[in-house]
Design a protein around this ligand. Structure first.
Ligand code: UGY
Ligand code: MN
Length: 247
């Protein structure tokens, strides 16, 4: 729903940000053609990762060369062929891929209007461990488990929780009225996009109504809490850095 002129729910602060769909402005990114790329979270605002929304025309593509950056991509709507190094398959809505640092990746032959959320960070290698593997999968293959035993808040963990992986990406699904059990403050950073439904997010000492399409950045130690509101479940996809020492 568009906001009244001159008004926005967006807020960009030093330790958290809310970006709503009416704020998006596309950038042109190397390797991306026939697509708009809205960089919603980035080091330019203080984050240590990037969260980007790609929206493809039917002749669009993304062809990204191998580097020290790792990429997680989640198909929000539509579908496209995804390839990571030599592995490839078509992903529909809910499909996702993980391209480790050192692997090239691509998205091609998209249906017009396909939207893909990317989380990207510089990989932090772990001494003595091999790097993480490429993944092409779908949310429907990942079971949701009650978060800390609460059936009103269910968590799907999309990437393996193994020392090689230094990023986690999960989906949280809340029944109306379901909420995080307590106000979290932790060293891990988050990038988040609301997939469906609505609710209220507490970020530091502010409370924001949020709904599908909204993106949120939470810096390390940003106090955070969520409650789902309304008649339908609320779901969000989120990133966090994991499995590495603080120093
Ligand atoms: O994994 C998490 O830290 C998660 N419980 N945080 C959040 O949903 N804001
Ligand atoms: Mn958290």
């Amino acid at each position: 729903m568009p906001e009244l002129f001159g008004h926005t729910r967006a807020h960009v602060g030093a330790r958290h940000a809310l970006i709503t769909p009416d704020n998006h402005v596309g950038s042109s990114l190397p390797g991306v053609s026939g697509a708009s790329a809205a960089v919603l979270v980035s080091p330019a605002m203080g984050a240590r990762f990037a969260q980007t929304l790609l929206t493809f025309e039917s002749r669009g593509s993304a062809r990204i060369a191998a580097s020290d950056v790792e990429t997680f991509g989640f198909v929000m709507a539509g579908g496209a062929r995804a390839a990571v190094g030599p592995k490839g398959r078509r992903l529909g809505a809910g499909g996702y891929f993980f391209a480790p640092a050192g692997s090239d990746w691509s998205l091609s032959s998209p249906a017009g209007g396909t939207q893909v959320t990317l989380f990207q960070k510089k990989y932090v290698p772990l001494a003595g461990a091999r790097g993480p593997r490429a993944i092409l999968s779908d949310q429907s293959r990942v079971r949701g488990v009650p978060f800390l035993g609460d059936p009103a808040a269910s968590l799907q963990v999309l990437l393996p929780d193994e020392p090689a992986f230094d990023m986690a990406v999960n989906i949280f699904a809340y029944r109306p009225g379901g909420h995080l059990p307590f106000v979290e403050t932790h060293v891990m950073e988050h990038g988040l996009v609301m997939l469906s439904g609505q609710g209220v997010y507490r970020l530091e000492d502010s409370w924001y109504p949020v709904r599908a399409g909204d993106a949120v950045w939470m810096a390390p130690y940003c106090a955070q809490w969520f409650v789902a509101m309304g008649k339908v479940p609320a779901r969000y996809l989120y990133y966090k850095d994991v499995n590495r020492d603080a120093l």
